[in-house]
Design a protein around this ligand. Sequence first.
Ligand code: SAH
Length: 391
Amino acid sequence: MRITPPAERALRKGHPWIFDQSITDIGHAGAPGDLAVIFDKERRFQAIGLYDPTSSIRVRILQVRQPAIINMNWFQSKIEMASRARASLIKHNTNGYRLINGENDGLPGLIVDRYADTLVLKLYTPAWVPHLKDFCDALAKVSPAAHVILRLSRSLENQTSLRYGLTDGMTLTLQTPPNLILFTENGLIFESDPINGQKTGFFLDQRDNRLRVQKLSKGKSVLNVFSYTGGFSVYAARGGAKEVVSVDLSVPALEAAVRNMAHNNLTTAHETIAEDAFEVLARMASQKRSFDMVIIDPPMFAHSEKQIPVALGAYRKLTRLGLGVLRQGGTLVQASCSSRVDDESFFEAIHKSAKEAGRKLTEIERTGHALDHPIDFKEGAYLKCLFAATG
Ligand code: SAH
């Protein structure tokens, strides 16, 4: 195929996607997973990628400049690179991490998370289906696991005819995986439920921020809002918090949070509240309940460009509500995982809201992704987090 000059320029700069409207000429209609080869005007090779007629991201680039044969060996070399980049995590007593972060590790449209002996492979495009055997063979060579569980993105789940019998949550290995997977993160034991849980069972991307929270927790009362299975709560408890409160809408997530405390023999006072976070924060403020540290790590708010203003409004509201239960001199930790909301707008929203609330906010640190979530292109970045002290 041929593509527009701007798309060619983006490709040369390393952008991993070609959108449907950038395609100017195509040899013949392709099926999902066909290899698309992009040529320039002089018929010189530009790139090769996975073709997906079902998505506006029509081609996900695998290889640029030099032609290559896309087979098990090619996948293996990419997985080896990704695996090497994570090698240092083992030294930190961590066997739960993202082994492959999609486009950012040169394998677009697919992620692989490791939880101890289990790998969770998530596909975001049917284009991977025809290559799955080669990919899994390569994975088994580089990063063997007792169990490989397949997850399908929502869009893929709806495309029954393109799945060739693959189902969300199925096991690709011989043995039935255990119901409960335990793994370690910075020496702490956590549960993951890759089939019924959110994402692939755990929010691995917050590992470094959790360690930061641990270091700031000694002797403090900590409120963990949008706690999920208590990642931040467990770290706060290990850091010596005197009290931890976890708030989340999901009852099973909070039950897991209680178990995660127990897996680590932590006996810190831990209260769980299964209610809407906005309501809980407002009620606590009216009851004059306050904390030394408030962590706010909500789900993605902007699912499209149009929703960016709404998302920023929600972040501002959460800052205001969070500050409403944060003592003077306390620590605010607020994160965003909306890739469409850029860093500057997010941090600005927090500061604006603090100002409106008449609270002084002194930044301690702005943080982003951990080592196993490398970012290789603009759209790949999503996580940002502010640590700030309040006046
Ligand atoms: N901080 C967590 C990840 C949070 S993900 C960690 O470190 O693991 C976002 C969480 O927000 C999910 O667990 C989801 O159940 C919860 N959630 C979504 N909307 C909510 C709401 N309105 N009130 C409370 N929790 C909510």
